[in-house]
Design a protein around this ligand. Structure first.
Ligand SMILES: Nc1ncnc2c1ncn2[C@@H]1O[C@H](COP(=O)(O)OP(=O)(O)OP(=O)(O)O)[C@@H](O)[C@H]1O
Length: 297
């Protein structure tokens, strides 16, 4: 059963630093139960956008809408936030500070301790609960940070670079924990520079460049939005395709080529290719990193 079914919407969000418009009329939606990847080059405006969603950076224009109405401090306090600057105390015991944070979020100390222990066990950190945060490796400190954002059963998750510095096993255990929340209907917005990971994980994507949204929406829709490209193999050489009307050859390498086709040229092309040693012809689904490169070019 879903606990929540609310949508997070950002409408025309704007933030300036002096003359610089760091976030420029940014709009997108984070749907319930969907992993939304937030990508963009250094300085594109991701952290500033997340900080405005969380109310820790003043908004200069636009709105944050939660469940169809302007977001309130009470709504935000039920969100889970993993800020860029992290924010746990290096010299304090892990369980102690997680309990303290849980209490700040309205949990009893007992419930916070139980939930923190359960989450830390899933990260393989059960035997470290009494240790100081600084005694853990950076990757394990990151696991504690994500535990802090999940502790109170958040209604939405805003995660700034949650996977940076994690090994593949740690990424998988973090994704498992996030999937638990997604199944409850929680919307998740996470920023990342690891485009292969974003490609694997996200249901929706928001691409930011220089403070502006360049593309946003369902990941599969974005993958299928551009012109269809085809991979073709005709031995020994695919160079003849350059002379076929309606065929745009984007790349050719010996028998292999990548093509775009004008309407109505597919069937005649395949007939001609059959006489020229055709062994493969298939549409190419672009990866999100290719889409990212295209839209930010
Ligand atoms: N407190 C600040 N004072 C002045 N400029 C700022 C401040 N915070 C951010 N900026 C500027 O706003 C722009 C957007 O920064 P932001 O940190 O939001 O980008 P980002 O996409 O999160 O980058 P990164 O991937 O490097 O974390 C940058 O040009 C940055 O220098």
């Amino acid at each position: 059963m879903r606990q929540t079914d609310a949508t997070l919407e950002v409408r025309g969000l704007t933030r300036r630093f002096g003359e610089k418009v760091a976030v420029d009329d940014v709009s997108f939606t984070v749907e319930p139960g969907r992993m939304t990847g937030f990508v963009g080059a250094n300085g594109a405006g991701k952290t500033s956008t997340m900080r405005m969603i969380m109310g820790v950076l003043q908004i200069h224009g636009g709105d944050v809408i939660w469940d169809g109405r302007p977001i309130t401090p009470a709504d935000r306090s039920r969100f889970g936030y993993m800020p860029e600057e992290r924010g746990l105390y290096p010299k304090q015991g892990i369980l102690d500070q997680l309990c303290y944070l849980g209490q700040l979020r309205g949990m009893s100390r007992g419930d916070a301790a139980k939930e923190a222990t359960r989450l830390l066990e899933r990260f393989g950190l059960a035997d470290r609960v009494k240790d100081k945060l600084e005694s853990l490796s950076l990757g394990n400190q990151q696991r504690v940070q994500i535990t802090a954002s999940l502790l109170h059963g958040p209604t939405a998750l805003i995660l700034d670079e949650p996977f940076s510095g994690l090994d593949p096993v740690a990424v998988d255990s973090m994704v498992d924990l996030l999937r638990d929340r997604l199944r409850q209907g929680v919307p998740v917005l996470f920023s990342s520079h690891q485009l292969d990971l974003v490609d694997r994980l996200c249901d929706s994507l928001v691409v930011l460049s220089d403070g502006k949204v360049m593309a946003a929406g369902d990941a599969n829709d974005l993958r299928n939005a551009g012109p269809t490209r085809y991979r073709i193999v005709t031995a020994p050489d695919a160079g003849w395709l350059r002379d076929v009307p309606g065929v745009t050859v984007l790349d050719v390498d010996g028998p292999r080529a990548v093509l775009e086709l004008a309407e109505g040229t597919r069937e005649p092309l395949l007939k001609r290719a059959a006489d020229r040693g055709l062994t493969e012809f298939a549409p190419i689904v672009p990866s999100l990193s290719e889409i990212y490169r295209e839209v930010t070019r």
